[in-house]
Design a protein around this ligand. Structure first.
Ligand code: SF4
Length: 365
């Protein structure tokens, strides 16, 4: 297959659906990690096409959803400073912090919050506004880390004094291990996120598969990708085999993008990070290395660590760990809607609650 249409072909999809039904003899629970895959699954009704024995569980792969409330509050506090131009991806604007404040309302009240499409745009804005402080909100999994690393590296090379990053980057493998190590875990196979592995490769996944005795299939985002990933995963489960397989070979290689990895290593080191709704996960985040610490917004603005509370109605932590589905949240579609979100998964473009609200409204109407 060469073109995107083939990955959306109803005929090829039906063939995989039939093959999955043919080889499935027992109940299996498979987690798709990435929120983009969750949206495809719900949008195309892939879960409805599978045999009743197969349950798809939605994982923690929405970077916007897992950014801690503390960091959202820090972002809002920074964006409120008159000297700051606060640069962020559009997805972050409506994510509620504590007291349900968000960057969009701050912008409406006159805060200089700008939506950008690349961290390098923030560097450009810093060059164009030498009298202002430009802060980039660096959110995302391994996929978006290289461009943040490039922005910091470029700011360093150009000796830009008015650029910094509020770093919220998180890593997928430690989250997978947290889920697998939990006493509530019921995941038996993983569809790993193809775009993350495009950067990282999949050496780390081999260790996880062997340690936790669980098949992992690196999978893409189109309907046929996902069905093929499920088929490969079920095949392993039914045969009692544990391997890491690569369905997304048109983009992912074993060793990943080495140039990007080198740049990430130059700029960042790992750190423990708080995940929204889940809690602290050891070595699951990235922070700037000491030699780049002058670009760390937390240090530059002397932001204080503070603990804030999630809305008690929001069960996003359980949803992000695959323990509950969005429709099992009592607030879903009632107290919590895209217009009036209680939690990040209802407004993020990769959020599971947003996917169910958008594509499965009949469930609650
Ligand atoms: S529906 Fe709303 S309140 Fe419930 S888990 Fe999702 S984001 Fe949180």
């Amino acid at each position: 297959m060469k073109f995107v249409n083939e990955y959306r072909s109803p005929k090829i999809a039906q063939e995989y659906v039939a093959e999955i039904a043919r080889i499935t003899t027992r109940p299996w629970k498979i987690m798709e990690i990435c929120g983009g895959q969750t949206h495809s699954i719900v949008k195309y009704g892939i879960d409805k096409l599978l045999p009743a024995q197969i349950t798809l569980i939605h994982g923690p792969g929405c970077p916007v959803c897992v950014t801690s409330v503390d960091l959202i509050d820090q972002a809002i506090a920074l964006a409120a400073l008159p000297e700051v131009i606060f640069c962020t991806f559009g997805d972050m604007l409506r994510i509620p912090g504590s007291e349900r404040k968000d960057l969009r309302s701050l912008k409406a009240q006159g805060g200089d919050v700008r939506i950008i499409y690349s961290p390098l745009d923030a560097v450009k804005i810093a060059l164009q506004n030498p009298d202002r402080q430009v802060v980039f909100f660096a959110v995302g999994f391994e996929t978006t880390v290289p461009t943040t690393a490039m922005a910091v590296y470029q700011a360093s090379q150009l000796e830009i004094e008015n650029f910094s990053a509020l770093v919220a980057h998180v890593l997928v493998p430690p989250a997978m291990e947290t889920i697998l190590a939990s006493s509530e875990n019921c995941v038996q196979g993983f569809l790993a996120a193809g775009h993350v592995c495009t950067i990282t490769g999949y050496e780390d996944y081999l260790e996880i598969a062997l340690q936790y005795d669980i098949p992992i299939v690196i999978t893409g985002f189109e309907p046929v990708d996902i069905l093929q990933g499920i088929y490969m995963c079920i095949k392993q489960l039914e045969a009692g085999i544990v391997e890491v397989e690569n369905q997304y070979s048109r983009s992912v290689s074993y060793e990943g993008n080495q140039t990007a990895q080198q740049l990430i290593r130059e700029v960042f080191e790992t750190t423990s990070r708080q995940w929204r709704g889940i809690g602290m996960i050891e070595e699951s985040g990235l922070k700037l290395r000491d030699r780049y610490s002058k670009f760390d917004a937390e240090k530059r603005f002397n932001l204080k660590d503070h603990q804030t509370q999630e809305s008690s109605d929001c069960i996003s932590g359980l949803i992000l760990q695959g323990i509950k589905k969005p429709t099992q949240c009592e607030a879903f579609g009632k107290k919590c809607t895209p217009e009036n979100p209680l939690g990040a998964p209802m407004v993020s473009s990769e959020g599971a609650c947003a996917a169910y609200y958008r594509y499965r409204q009949l469930v609650f109407s």
